[in-house]
Design a protein around this ligand. Structure first.
Ligand code: SF4
Length: 287
């Protein structure tokens, strides 16, 4: 098979994100990761929610499903269980995932559904022109909190750890090469992988800028962090302020959900013959 190039994972569609938007870095990191992994495009399904990130399905050349607000994980889970040979990649915004879609994370994580969830965490609602999001820090000023956000921010890493996600990581858009490696590691991980990506929204978030992160991020792998150590992972997940860790926070392999389903033992659901009338018989059995 001819090795695919970056161009193969581009659609050629005009990109309409604001100039300087962090989504450019995530898109480039994803496309580079897919080139490195060397699998055919049809191997991948990209699922997105609602938000500026949702245009990934227009710009990344693979199978795509642009879902509704907050429902990246249910769609990704359904697709994976229908065809577990697919590599299913979910992309969600911070508000998309932690407001509308919050209830889906614990269940995907505890079941260890073999999908990968990447959160474009820009700490603001971008597509709807600048409202406070669940990951906005206290004091963040926006259209919906002009005097400053009151509640504590959701900590995506600590949340994913509490939900028993088997792979938890954080990247940021100012280091695309590092982010690419994280995306590859998440895809290779057998089971549910969560990567929180610190994405810069240059238009509506003037606090969490490129400069803000550049001054604070450090790489876990340069500090002898052991991703197998859950307690260490929790301590690292709580760092936010003058130092912000990026890299693989936690990783532990355990059985994936679909492998335990006897119905899928021989072949994926999508390959199994339809049984016309089967549903009718089932419904009649309740009568
Ligand atoms: Fe990017 Fe923010 Fe513009 Fe949306 S509004 S495209 S997140 S910079």
């Amino acid at each position: 098979m001819t090795k695919l190039t970056l161009q193969d994972f581009q659609t050629g569609e005009t990109i309409t994100w604001c100039p300087g938007c962090g989504n450019f870095g995530i898109l480039r990191a994803l496309q580079s990761a897919l080139v490195d992994l060397g699998l055919p495009r049809e191997q991948y399904l990209i699922v997105t929610g609602i938000g500026c990130h949702g245009k990934f399905t227009n710009y990344a050349n693979a199978n795509g499903f642009h879902g509704i607000h907050g429902r990246v994980l249910p769609v990704a889970t359904g697709a994976k269980l229908a065809n577990h040979y697919l590599t299913v990649l979910g992309f969600a915004g911070d508000a998309d995932q932690f407001d509308e879609g919050m209830e889906h994370l614990p269940h995907a994580a505890r079941r260890n559904i073999d999908v990968k969830l990447f959160t474009h965490d820009n700490k603001v609602y971008g597509l709807t022109t600048g409202q406070t999001s669940p990951t906005s820090d206290p004091g963040f000023k926006s259209k919906t909190s002009p005097a400053g956000s009151i509640p504590l921010a959701i900590n995506p890493l600590r949340l994913a750890l509490a939900c028993d996600a088997s792979f938890v990581a954080r990247g940021w858009v100012g280091d695309v090469t590092h982010l690419k490696e994280l995306i590859k590691a998440a895809i290779r991980h057998p089971g549910f992988a969560f990567v929180d990506i610190l994405q810069v929204c240059v238009t509506f978030n003037r606090v969490n800028t490129y400069e803000f992160y550049r001054d604070r991020v450090y790489k876990l792998e340069e500090e002898k962090h052991d991703p197998a150590d859950y307690r260490q992972a929790v301590i690292r997940s709580e760092e936010w302020g003058s130092r912000i860790p990026i890299g693989i926070v936690y990783r532990k392999e355990r059985p994936v959900y679909h492998a335990a389903l006897p119905q899928l033992a021989k072949q994926p659901l999508v390959k199994q013959p339809l049984q016309p009338g089967g549903l009718d018989n089932l419904m009649r059995s309740f009568g």
